[in-house]
Structures are given as C-alpha cells and as structure tokens.
Design a protein around this ligand. Structure first.
Ligand code: CUA
Length: 334
C-alpha cells in the first residue's frame, strides 16, 4: 500500500514536471499566456481549476496516507457514512456548481456586443485556408488571406462563416474558439491587450490538411495597423524587374487568373486566395511555408503534395523557367 502510494505521488509529480517545457514551447499559441481579454478570463478560470485540482489531489493523497496507517482506530459506521456523504456527494456538488455558475457568468463578457463603430472583419473557412475580408474605409471590402492585423486595445468583432464544412477559428492567446458553420454567421469578440504575433489554428477536423490550416495574428499599434491596411488596399504594382515581368505575363497566360485575383491586373478569379500582396504575407498556404520565391515555386509545381486535398492543382507540367518567373513575380507583389 505504502509503495503504491509512493508510485502514485511520483507519477503525478512527473506528469506535471514534464508538461512544463511543452507548455513553455507552445507560448505563441498558448491559452496560458493570454494577450486578450477573452483569453485572460478563460486563463483565470483555468488557474483556479488547476489550483483547486492540486488541493483536492493533496487531500486525497493525505487521506490515503492516513488510511494505510496501521496504528489508527477503525471508524464507526456513522462516521464512515458521514464521510462518504460529505466527500462523495456534498463536496463534488458544491465544487461543480461553483464552476458551472462561474462558467455561465463568463459567457456574458465573452459574448458582449462591441460598439457599432468597432472594427468588423469577416473570416471565411475554406479548403484549407482562411479568406479574410476587411472593410476598406468605403462601402467595399478588401480580401486577404490567412492573417489578421489588429490594432491593440480595441475591440474587434469577427464574423465567421464557412464555405464547405465546419471549421473552428481559434487563436488561443486571444480568445476561445468559435465554430465556422456553413450557412450561418457566428461571432467572436477579440480584445487584444498587448502587441505581438500570435498563432491560430483550425480547431475542428475539416479534412486531409486540417493540420495545415493555421493563421497568424499581428497585434500592432493603431498607426502601424492603418499603414498596413493602406498598403493592402492599394492595387498591385507592375514589376520593373525583367524576370518578374515575364512571370506576370506567364501568370495571365497560364490562366491563374481564373482562380486568383490580383487587383490592378486582369486576374479576377474568386476561387483561391487574393494574391494582390502575396509577397508581403507572413506565410504561404495558411502557415505551411515561408513566403519567398523558392517556396512559391515549390507551391506552384507541387501544391497537393505539400498540402493534401488542397484545391490548388500541381502545375509541374509548366516549363521550369515559367514557374521560376511566376514565383519571382508573386514574391515581388509586396
Ligand atoms: Cu479547417 Cu480544420
């Protein structure tokens, strides 16, 4: 009995110690290092629960240690019955009721309506990427992909939709997760309170490349946000470099514009991501690759190998020189 107790204590302590480095490594995408009000409320609940669990664990180990002492007096039937009723029914009911009430109380601030002038961004789940629509200051919207830039200390409402299956939008450092359901618009309130880069991921299995459906959130000062949005709003510049210029022609000639839009050119397809400023994006293929001419060339020629079931076809049949030129063009779309 004493040995089993020692094993139980050692095992639970080891689990806690071994989890610490994993928690630390996951910090840019961690609910335990909140950077927004929603995540803070949830982290608060977590720490109280973790502390409570630790206390209850110590209590159970204490009772087990007491129970295996050979010199103790046996309890009377009444004492045993009282112990079981208090420990097995009253105590768990009190703890779980408190957690339930607390959890329900948290829903109100997490679902609060921001003011009518708050920034509203539409995010649409696709196979397997995020279509992002920002208001452009007029009645129109500009379309981006796989990243959100947000001004710090301002409430932002996300309007979440899906084109195909259920996805789930989750940036753990900023707020809880919210399902994106075809035919509906769900809402998520973000209130980032410190600047930085935060990783998000799709949190609902949505197909072969569910795991390659990440997004980046950059929380910046208001001025930096406005400069970024102004740059994204501008149409694409025609490249001056000869290779990139050849790439621009190859892009249109090979029909890439049937699926992709590059504002300021004849390419106006709506199936795939808007590529107007693809060269400035923080990642390629929804967090799968870095954005440079090498990865762009790889992506154009082998997309379905890199990201199974992605709707982007493989264009390895094109001459290598054309792929290189197109990759140079896309990289130049800053
Ligand atoms: Cu989208 Cu999982």
């Amino acid at each position: 009995m004493r040995q089993r107790l020692a094993v139980a204590v050692i095992c639970s302590t080891a689990v806690v110690l071994f989890s610490l480095p994993i928690i630390a490594a996951a910090l840019p995408q961690s609910t335990l290092h909140p950077a927004g009000r929603g995540a803070e409320l949830i982290a608060g609940l977590f720490w109280w629960m973790a502390g409570g669990a630790l206390l209850i664990w110590a209590l159970v180990i204490g009772i087990a240690w007491y129970a295996q002492r050979t010199d103790r007096q046996p309890w009377s039937t009444t004492a045993l019955r009282r112990f079981i009723i208090i420990g097995g029914a009253v105590f768990p009911t009190l703890v779980l009721t408190t957690l339930l009430v607390w959890g329900l109380w948290l829903l109100a601030p997490l679902r609060a309506e921001p003011g009518t002038d708050a920034l509203r961004i539409t995010v649409i789940g696709e196979q397997f990427w995020w279509r992002v629509r920002y208001p452009d200051g007029t009645d129109n919207q500009i379309e981006l992909a796989n990243e959100l830039w947000l001004p710090v200390n301002e409430p932002v409402e996300l309007l979440l939709q899906s084109r195909d299956v259920i996805h789930s939008f989750w940036v753990p450092a900023l707020a809880g997760k919210m399902d994106m359901i075809p035919g509906r618009t769900t809402r998520l309130l973000l209130e980032p309170n410190r600047t930085g880069s935060f990783r998000g991921a799709c949190a609902e299995y949505c197909g072969a490349s569910h795991t390659f459906m990440a997004l980046q959130v950059r929380v910046v000062e208001r001025l930096q946000y406005e400069a970024w949005l102004a740059a994204q709003r501008a149409p694409a510049m025609m490249p001056t470099d000869a290779l990139a210029l050849a790439g621009a022609n190859a892009f249109l000639r090979n029909g890439c514009g049937a699926c992709h839009t590059i504002r300021g050119t004849a390419a106006g397809g709506r199936v795939g991501p808007d590529l107007t400023h693809v060269g400035s994006r923080l990642s390629l293929a929804a967090g799968t690759l870095t954005t440079d001419s090498d990865t762009l060339a790889r992506w154009i020629s082998h997309a379905p190998t890199i990201k199974p079931d992605a709707r982007m076809p493989a264009f390895e049949v094109l001459p290598a020189a054309e792929i290189t030129a197109m990759a140079a063009y896309l990289e130049a779309l800053q």
